[in-house]
Design a protein around this ligand. Sequence first.
Ligand code: CP
Length: 350
Amino acid sequence: MSLPSYVGKMKGKHFLNTNDFTQEEIKEILEAARDLRKKFRERTPTNYLPGRTLFMLFYNRSLRTRNSFEAGIYQLGGHAHFLSPQDVYTPTLPEDMVPYQTESIADVARVLSRYGDAIAIRIYGDAAKWHIGRGHRVIQEFAKWSSIPVLNMEDDVYHPFQALADIMAITDVAPNPRGKKFVVSYAYSGGLKPLAVPQSCILIGTQFGMDVVLAHPPGFELEDHVIQAAKENADRYGGSFEIVHDMREAFEGADFVYPKAWSPKKFFPPYNSKVDKDGAKEYQNKFQNWICTQELMDLTNKGKYMHCGPADRGQEVIDEVIDNPEYSLYFEQAENRLHVQKAVMAMVLP
Ligand code: CP
């Protein structure tokens, strides 16, 4: 079988944040993903990574990420090992070690590097003690010690594979999205969700020159370093970045809307002295009117509805919006996870 030119093109690279890659590199990943999508739909074999092993370490639950990575590596000729942190000695940062219950990430990363070809990790929320940035530090620690690529399957700062799937869905609709209005809006959920998706969304949108509008109530600010990076992307790639505090105002004239819950970070360290999950839930309960309805969709420029999943129906969005085949990209985004992850694995695995 002849290999496409993208196989091995970024050999050995970690994939932790889309902003670590240039716009050109992201476009190459999307091109590879579209080739793999075509072959998947045609049932053309893509045995580009025979015998490779992907270790998947999930500190949190998952439907899309786990199944798309596992199916994806198999479709490329390799296989996946699912690792639950409860079933191994939990890979842990130096300050959290417990004898014979945990193992240092430095050691786990070096051991797995001798058995396989990539390590994929998901960690946020309770698993990262709700200290925002701690989950990302775990993944960075793996990347520091691993001699095989580390893939970020979502931490408490970034969800880079979701962002790839999202920009693939956007560029399927608008091949040149520069100047399109992309609204990343808070929407209510009774649960506590990480900041990773909105943060990666504003980064990828500005990296593609879109006019990105971030909408949220007070208290739901994203991290300063991510806002700064989004502004720099906008300057560099010719788009714009704006923050508003009204969902209706944001939706007016939008081409793409991404209403999605995240947690009010002021209740969590390092932005407060203690983790206050009850306080955060009580606070966010004030914003149950931040829900994506048909009335809001009618304000858009025939805009497309987006959500990474799982969506909280009746809280973040009403059924009639998310299930509307005219404008909802919900299942396209979910499907694209498979194709973009296969593309990155084909490009970075040894
Ligand atoms: N969007 C996403 O990462 O979904 P899962 O939590 O189901 O993996």
